[in-house]
Design a protein around this ligand. Structure first.
Ligand SMILES: *[C@@H]1O[C@H](CO)[C@@H](O)[C@H](O)[C@H]1NC(C)=O
Ligand SMILES: *[C@@H]1O[C@H](CO)[C@@H](O)[C@H](O)[C@H]1NC(C)=O
Ligand SMILES: *[C@@H]1O[C@H](CO)[C@@H](O)[C@H](O)[C@H]1NC(C)=O
Length: 564
């Protein structure tokens, strides 16, 4: 009797542990590994993998409509940004979706935990052997040749056929995000710091850009109402730390009218930190902090430092956006001077991140990204046959910032711009882009996706920008300069709106591409962004894929946004 019962129990256990196999279908495949990575060999079967599963949201189209309703000038709902809860209602998967995916995981003895505020991400922790079986995958070790960093990825994986419209994708699997690097630092500075005493742009600005140059060039005010709720967020990644001592030196030399003690607030995630010894100085972080604190006078600035404990496979890009979406009052402006080459990400990952930017935009945050420093060859100069768009600039729900140079502004030749191969062209830019494409004619034909989301949207100075770093003064070049500068302009416009009891500008593009927005920008019509053995795209009258619609004219932007 006893042994018989035992047999029955064992049989039941076996039956539970080995469910009827579901039919699997290939979900994502990568044809080739980016050249910067090489296969080291199979991943050890016992290595634990922290994977995330993106679930299909209940109504992303509804959220997109809501975003345009609150961001399009003239709309009855303009400025009526959504609350955290309202956004989450669109983003949360249906309970049917959650149940279907979690019960499949349970059948396989895998416990899933909620991994995002809206519940659209689950996280699981399983050994490589189990992951290979569950997803019919071949997780292997890949080495990034330049840094030696190793990551475990698979070139293909499958999911149950019946979960096709419920499970969006598994991450990180086929994504090969390259650790990105910041701008170069050139020392020493030979020109003295200048004080602007009239509206004229000092001639020294032709060789060195300082906050005073930007104030003169763009008409940026030197003070604000310092409204505490109007926070300008600055993203920090890859152990780039913002130094308080360098900020103080910078303000002491270049903003003598501001207290030299003016500083920023630190926020951290994923074990992020911001150590303060001179050897910890990060050029990118110092640049981003000095050209926000030092340009958006008196606007509160938060430095958001993402640590190395991120396990999102894309340097913390997913974590920082979910972190901000989890805040009840996210920053009103967010600037990020980091990015990827679009082909290194998968369209699933790019779409998911882009939808996350959509969520933050619907909450009322203006999101700005540097467009990249490789002209038409991507985030950095590299060999290529077809143009390489950058990400996140190709996402339609944010504002991409390119670079200019000179007092009579011309395009900086490194300013990345072009057309996404993943995202299609949003209607707010279709007229501006088609005018450009007509003027361009057959130039570069076949090297880019004409129907893709075109970027950048705007631009700002990006060459010979003076910063303090590790106790020294020097200059830097890159769209990394342009994004914090443009973000500071938006923060100052928001300051004026907040003082008048108005909502922040939020997602900017429908305004920027409107007649009023375009007229408030300085059109840059010369220069180009060479790359891939071509001259790149030429800047032209109106929008172009080097300088976008142009650089800020503060007075015009102020009057155009005051009545929105
Ligand atoms: C799995 O990948 C390894 C390299 O990591 C390779 O040697 C092996 O042949 C692959 N197995 C299959 C079944 O494709
Ligand atoms: C969101 O923030 C709350 C605290 O306000 C925290 O308890 C929770 O873990 C966070 N959720 C996510 C998914 O980050
Ligand atoms: C700029 O102004 C500050 C304070 O008014 C002064 O100390 C400094 O010498 C001036 N710099 C130049 C180059 O005139």
């Amino acid at each position: 009797m006893f042994s018989k019962a035992l047999v029955v129990i064992c049989f039941a256990a076996v039956a539970l542990g080995k469910p009827v196999a579901r039919s699997l279908q290939v979900h994502e495949t990568r044809e080739q590994v980016p050249a910067a990575f090489s296969l080291a060999g199979p991943a050890s079967p016992d290595t634990m993998l922290n994977l995330r599963i993106a679930l299909v949201s209940s109504d992303m189209a509804g959220l997109e409509k809501a975003l345009y309703d609150v961001s399009t000038p003239g709309s009855a709902l303009y400025g009526q940004h959504l609350s955290k809860e309202e956004v989450e209602q669109f983003v949360a998967p249906t309970s049917e979706t959650v149940d279907a995916v979690t019960s499949w995981l349970k059948e396989n003895d895998v416990e899933a935990a909620k991994a995002s505020p809206a519940g659209d991400w689950l996280s699981i922790s399983i050994p490589v052997s189990k992951a290979n079986e569950l997803f019919d995958a071949n997780f292997s070790v890949f080495t990034h040749s330049k840094t030696g960093t190793q990551s475990i990825r698979t070139l293909t994986y499958s999911i149950p056929t019946d979960l096709k419209n419920k499970l969006d994708f598994v991450h990180p699997t086929t994504v090969f995000a390259q650790p990105f690097s910041g701008p170069q630092f050139h020392t020493p500075i030979l020109t003295p710091a200048v004080n602007v005493t009239s509206d004229a742009v000092p001639s020294s600005c032709g060789s060195t850009i300082t906050p005073a140059c930007l104030q003169a060039l763009y008409g940026i005010p030197t003070t604000s109402n310092a409204i505490s709720s109007n926070v300008l967020g600055v993203s920090g990644f890859i152990d780039q730390f913002a130094q308080k001592a360098d900020l103080k030196s910078f303000l002491t030399r270049l903003r003598t009218d501001l207290p030299s003690t003016t500083t920023f607030t630190l926020q951290t995630l994923d074990g992020g930190e911001n150590p303060q010894s001179a050897s910890d100085a990060g050029i990118e972080a110092n640049l981003d902090i000095q050209y926000t604190v030092g340009v958006a006078s008196k606007v509160p600035v938060n430095f958001i430092s993402v640590g190395d404990n991120n396990q999102d496979g894309i340097n913390g890009f997913l974590d920082i956006i979910q972190f901000l979406l989890n805040e009840s009052t996210p920053p009103t402006v967010l600037t990020t001077s980091y990015g990827f080459n679009e082909p290194d990400l998968t369209s699933s990952v790019a779409n998911n991140l882009c939808n996350a930017y959509m969520q933050l935009g619907a909450r009322g945050t203006s999101i700005l990204f540097a467009s990249g420093d490789g002209g038409v060859s991507g985030s950095q100069s590299q060999s290529c046959t077809t143009f390489i768009p950058t990400f996140p600039s190709g996402c339609p729900f944010l504002t991409s910032v390119g670079a200019t140079t000179g007092i009579t502004e011309t395009a900086a030749d490194f300013s990345s711009g072009g057309f996404s191969a993943i995202f299609s062209q949003p209607s707010y830019q279709s007229s501006a882009v088609s005018t450009y494409l007509t003027a361009l004619g057959s130039t570069n034909s076949g090297k880019f996706t004409k129907t893709g989301r075109a970027f950048p949207d705007v631009s700002a100075q990006g060459e010979n920008v003076e910063i303090a770093d590790g106790g020294e003064f020097g200059t830097v070049d890159g769209t990394s300069c342009s994004s914090p500068i443009f973000a500071s302009v938006i923060a100052l416009l928001n300051d004026n709106r907040a003082a008048a009891g108005k909502a922040p500008l939020g997602f900017l593009n429908p305004f920027l591409y409107s007649a009023a927005g375009t007229a408030a920008l300085n059109d840059v019509t010369t220069g180009s962004n060479p790359g891939c053995n071509t001259n790149g795209f030429p800047a032209k009258a109106g929008w172009d894929p080097v300088t976008g619609l142009g650089t800020p004219n503060f007075a015009k932007l102020l009057s155009a946004t005051a009545n929105l």
